[in-house]
Design a binder for this molecule. Structure first.
Ligand code: SF4
Length: 425
């Protein structure tokens, strides 16, 4: 961790001057786009790629050395990828990351077994498993497109919390995507997460991403709707007493929610983005992106002898970095935003003040208003209810997507073995 902190000012210099050249701290690996969810906010499940083999991943990860501190293994559904355990083992062997973060839709029965293997194979890394939850009960199933998903979520959450008792490096969280479909019932999600026993509740706004093929889809909530919902979450968080490292992470989380509100309001990079310097993503076919939102094709690792450095310190990335630094894009992507906040001095100052309890009657130390949603949390019967007719399947709000060869139809995909919601054997 100390090593990471010493690298932060150097990244600032790197972004400003191009020197010293450094590999990213925060790397997302997407080994496969295949997914057994059918979310209203995502179309990645339709993609099929010529995926890197595990032997190819081995060479890629070896080329990174111990630079990355934070890995996210994403998808598709990452825990459905057959080599996910080996991939985590290779990341651990070559890079010794401090954190390995894996989101999951919680559907497959094999998830606890795979999580246990990863946690045991990477004992010095903090393994964070975030289970997706976009609504309580039928609302979740509707948004995720899978009947019975909420029941599976609860089953997996129970199994992982049980596993956590014997695995000190495992943390289990709940992750919600705040979209036009879920923004109206965020209070209910907060109340549910609060009682769930999970280590953390995190939210991310639904946004257009090239990776997810959601550019042009009407999935992002209106700024006013998002602000109203997220203000209640902030107020709720402010009523909680956090200790130790949680005080810091919650202070950053609050900053992130405020940052998203600002980005939606001003439609600009509110703080400098470091994607392309500090964070990056490697897509399933070996393509390197600065981030999954723009998904500029910086190069394919197969064309560079699997050496990440050739692409990262090459020519093509220079124009993309110029564009990002010129604020030709903006987005509230959580993964990049948290990295960006670490490089933003005013954000760090506010987090520091909050953690140290400094600020008197200043804005950050204001006694929180009674959360507008607090009464809802105590009286679940008054929670925002979704109209039953809204739970009927609606047409997917996708723009027409050019089907790739081998793209499963929605129905065919639902019939795949992985998505069959059968009684547990
Ligand atoms: S602002 Fe968003 S879209 Fe632009 S580079 Fe950063 S993460 Fe990517």
């Amino acid at each position: 961790m100390v090593d990471v902190l010493t690298r932060l000012p150097l990244f600032k210099l790197y972004r400003m001057t191009g020197w010293p050249q450094m590999l990213p701290l925060n790397l997302t690996l997407s080994p496969s786009p295949k997914c057994n969810s059918r979310c209203l906010t995502c179309n990645i499940w339709m993609k099929r790629e010529n995926e890197l083999t595990i032997e190819e991943w081995d060479k890629v990860l070896a080329s990174l050395g111990q630079a990355p501190y934070w890995f996210t293994i994403s998808g598709g559904e990452p825990l459905m990828y057959p080599h996910v355990v080996e991939l985590a083992e290779l990341a651990y062997k070559h890079c010794k990351p401090g954190i390995i973060n894996i989101p999951t839709n919680a559907i497959l029965p094999i998830i606890p077994e795979r999580v246990e293997k990863i946690a045991k194979a990477c004992p010095e890394s903090q393994l964070i498993i975030n289970l997706s939850l976009d609504g309580v009960g039928a609302k979740h199933d509707y948004i995720r497109g899978i009947p019975g998903n909420f029941e599976k979520f609860e089953e997996r959450l129970g199994q992982l919390l049980e596993l956590k008792k014997s695995l000190p490096n495992l943390a289990v969280g709940i992750h919600s995507v705040v979209s036009v479909f879920s923004v109206g019932h965020l209070d209910e999600l907060i109340a549910y997460a609060d009682k769930s026993g999970a280590d953390q509740f995190i939210t991310e706004i639904a946004e257009p991403r090239v990776e997810l093929d959601t550019v042009g889809l009407p999935i992002t909530p209106e700024p006013a709707d998002y602000a109203a919902a997220i203000d209640r979450l902030i107020a709720y968080v402010q009523t909680k007493q956090f200790k130790g490292i949680s005080r810091i992470t919650e202070a950053f989380r609050e900053e992130y929610y405020k940052l998203v509100k600002r980005i939606l309001e001003v439609q600009d990079q509110v703080i400098d983005c470091y994607a392309g310097w500090v964070s990056a993503q490697i897509y399933a076919d070996g393509t390197v992106w600065p981030c999954c939102v723009r998904a500029d094709r910086l190069g394919n690792l197969r064309d560079h002898n699997y050496d990440f450095r050739e692409i990262w310190f090459g020519e093509k990335i220079k124009e993309v970095r110029r564009s990002i630094a010129a604020k030709e894009c903006h987005c509230p992507l959580a993964n990049a935003s948290y990295t960006n906040m670490l490089h933003d001095v005013p954000t760090l100052a506010r987090v520091g003040k909050k953690v140290l309890g400094i600020g008197g009657k200043g804005k950050s130390a204001e006694k929180p208003r009674v959360p507008a949603g607090a009464h809802l949390m105590q009286r679940p019967e008054t929670l925002v209810q979704i109209r039953p007719e809204a739970l009927k399947p609606l047409p997917h709000p996708s723009k027409p997507t050019a089907a790739l060869p081998g793209t499963p139809t929605r129905q065919a995909a639902l019939e795949e073995e992985e998505v069959r919601i059968a009684p547990q054997g």
